[in-house]
Design a protein around this ligand. Structure first.
Ligand code: B4P
Length: 191
């Protein structure tokens, strides 16, 4: 199996590059953000709860997303590998992910960190907010999402770097340029 985490700040291109990765390597994509937005739209119990966090730019509590992810993995055990997009976002989520995969004698092969500076991130998200009307793409919410990223998510870089799995990718340029950098890393993995 080829298991990839796509990692980066909000707006770094995780969703965009995940689509290309899924197609190129025939993997199963899970975006926790997308799953949560779908639950909000359908007004499920979890969706209603998640909305109270997401609309403020905060993270949904770990236990809820970890359960959601375990369920997804259990339902997709025939997969050739996973692209985890937007998960893990905290250290407890990272530790839980390792355990979930260990139970299947699997592990993460690589963590692709899309490195983009804050000015570019803010500009991309404001544009998406204008184009798509996504509720959490307003200036104040973007600011709090970035602050949460630096406080809670960035420590995962150290966690994966110690495991020798972190690959820093320049996340600026065209979508195709960035994808070529990703391909170079993934094609050189032994899996
Ligand atoms: P996500 O849906 O993961 O939101 P995101 O980080 O903003 O998305 P992403 O980074 O994929 O956006 P992309 O770059 O593709 O999460 C939303 C919320 O859900 C979180 O704030 C949190 O509340 C909750 N949540 C999700 N997972 C969670 C978890 N594990 N634990 C707790 N809470 C969780 O796209 C950004 C824009 O940039 C797009 O418009 C795109 O077109 C554009 N773009 C992409 N590449 C570009 C390029 N090269 N040049 C120019 N523009 C580009």
């Amino acid at each position: 199996m080829l298991n990839i985490i796509i990692f980066g700040a909000p707006g770094s291109g995780k969703g965009t590059q995940s689509e290309k990765l899924t197609e190129r390597y025939n993997l199963t994509h899970i975006s926790t953000g997308e799953v949560l937005r779908d639950k909000i739209e359908r007004q499920t119990e979890l969706g209603i709860l998640a909305d109270t966090y997401m609309s403020k730019g905060q993270l949904v509590p770990d236990n809820l997303v970890i359960d959601m992810l375990s369920e997804f993995i259990a339902n997709n055990s025939e997969s050739k590998g996973y692209i985890l997009d937007g998960f893990p976002r905290t250290l407890p989520q990272g530790e839980a992910m390792d355990k979930i995969l260990e139970e299947q004698n699997e592990s993460i092969n690589v963590v692709l960190w899309l490195d983009v500076d804050d000015d570019e991130l803010i500009a991309r998200l404001l544009k998406r907010g204008k184009d798509s009307g996504r509720e959490d793409d307003t200036f104040d919410t973007i600011k709090s999402r970035l602050a949460v990223y630096y406080r809670k998510t960035e420590p995962l870089k150290d966690f994966y770097s110690k495991q020798g799995k972190l690959a820093q990718i320049d996340g600026t340029g065209t979508v195709d340029e960035i994808f070529s950098r990703i391909e170079e890393v993934v094609d050189n993995l032994n899996y």
